[in-house]
Ligand binder design. Structure first.
Ligand code: AMP
Ligand code: FE
Ligand code: FE
Ligand code: ZN
Length: 301
C-alpha cells in the first residue's frame, strides 16, 4: 500500500515508558512512521511526562501529534449519581484527554494526587502478594519502574517483577492469577471523581473522552446508556468507540450511542509495547475522527 494510503489512519491511544508502556516516547514516533500512521496521540496513565519528547520526535518524523493523557477515575461515582446498584464487579473508568496543555497547574495537581493514590495502593498489592506466599518487595517494583523511566508505577510493573521471579508464565498470567480485578492480590487505585478528571482536562483547553467503555462492565445496554448520559452531564465530549477490547458489534453500538447523545468519537489501539499483544495502529481509525476532534478543540479552546 502506498504511504499516502496509510496516512489516512491515526491511533489516538497508546502508552510509553512514562507510564506502563515499554517504548520510550520518542520511539513511538518512529513506530508510528513505520506503521504508516498519519497521526498519533500519546495517552499515558496519569502523567504528561512523555509528551514533549514524543512531540519532538513526531515533528521530526512528519507524524501529526496530539498531546493526551489517560486519567484513572472512580467508576463508583457514576452508579452513586444515577442511584443504581453498581455491577457486581466494579469495572474500570479511564478518561482520555486530548489537545491538553500539559503544564497546566490544575492537571499537574491531579497528577500528584494520582501518584499519591498509587503510592498508597501499590504497597497494599505487595502486602497481599506476600500474604499469598509470594516473595516480592515493593523496592523490586520501584527499581524496575525507575530503570524503565516511569514514575507512574502500576500493576504491569508488578506483573513484570512476578514474571522475572518466575511466579507467573506471562504478564497476562500475573493478572489472571494475582493482580487482575477481583483476584486475591488486587487493590483499587481509582479514587478520582470522574467530574474532576473531566474538569481538569477542560481546564487545559482539552477534550475528554471515555476510554474503552466496555471495561466499565455495565450490566446491560440500558445501564451503559445511563452511565454515558451521566458522564456527559459532567462535561464528557467523546466516546472511544474503536478499541482493541471492542468487538465490531460494540464499535457499532458505541458509535450509535455517541451519535444519539451528540458526542464525538475517538479510537485507538491502547498499545503498550512488549507487555501486551497489541499492534500499534490496529484500529485503523480514520483521520476524519481526528479532524472532528481538532475542530471541536479549536472551537472550545
Ligand atoms: P493500574 O493503573 O496500576 O491499576 O494498572 C492498569 C493497567 O494494567 C492497564 O492500563 C493495563 O495496562 C494493565 N492491565 C489491566 N488488566 C490487564 C490484564 N488482564 N492483562 C494485562 N494487562 C492488564
Ligand atoms: Fe496501561
Ligand atoms: Fe485504560
Ligand atoms: Zn490506555
Amino acid at each position: 500500500m502506498a504511504e499516502a494510503d496509510h496516512a489516512m489512519f491515526c491511533d489516538l491511544h497508546m502508552h510509553s515508558t512514562a507510564s506502563d508502556g515499554t517504548h520510550a516516547p520518542a520511539e513511538l514516533a518512529r513506530l508510528a512512521l513505520a506503521a504508516g500512521l498519519g497521526a498519533i496521540a500519546l495517552t499515558d496513565h496519569d502523567t504528561t511526562a512523555g509528551l514533549p519528547a514524543c512531540a519532538a520526535a513526531c515533528a521530526e518524523s512528519g507524524v501529526a501529534f496530539v498531546p493526551g493523557i489517560e486519567l484513572s477515575a472512580d467508576p463508583g461515582a457514576i452508579w452513586t449519581d444515577i442511584g443504581q446498584a453498581p455491577p457486581e464487579r466494579l469495572g474500570t473508568l479511564h478518561i482520555l484527554g486530548y489537545f491538553i496543555r500539559h503544564d497546566e497547574p490544575g492537571l499537574q495537581a491531579i497528577h500528584r494526587r494520582l501518584l499519591d493514590a498509587r503510592a498508597q495502593r501499590n504497597p497494599r498489592i505487595i502486602a497481599n502478594l506476600q500474604a499469598l506466599g509470594v516473595e516480592i518487595a515493593y523496592d523490586d517494583v520501584l527499581e524496575l519502574a525507575r530503570a524503565e523511566g516511569s514514575r507512574v508505577v502500576g500493576r504491569p510493573h508488578i506483573a513484570q517483577v512476578l514474571l522475572k521471579k518466575g511466579y507467573v508464565k506471562s504478564i497476562q498470567d500475573a493478572f489472571a492469577r494475582y493482580i487482575g480485578e477481583g483476584k486475591a492480590a488486587y487493590a483499587r487505585t481509582d479514587l478520582l471523581p470522574p467530574r474532576e478528571a473531566i474538569e481538569a482536562i477542560h481546564g487545559t483547553g482539552g477534550l475528554a473522552s471515555m476510554a474503552h467503555p466496555v471495561q466499565l462492565r455495565c450490566h446491560d445496554d440500558a445501564a451503559m446508556d445511563r452511565a454515558v448520559v451521566c458522564l456527559r452531564s459532567w462535561g464528557l465530549d467523546a466516546l472511544e468507540t474503536r478499541h482493541t477490547d471492542h468487538t465490531p458489534a460494540q464499535v457499532d453500538r458505541y458509535g450509535k450511542l455517541a451519535a444519539r447523545l451528540g458526542l464525538l468519537t475517538t479510537g485507538g489501539s491502547d498499545f503498550h509495547g512488549e507487555r501486551k499483544p497489541i499492534g500499534l495502529g490496529n484500529q485503523r481509525v480514520p483521520m476524519e475522527v481526528l479532524d472532528r476532534l481538532r475542530a471541536a478543540a479549536k472551537a472550545g479552546g
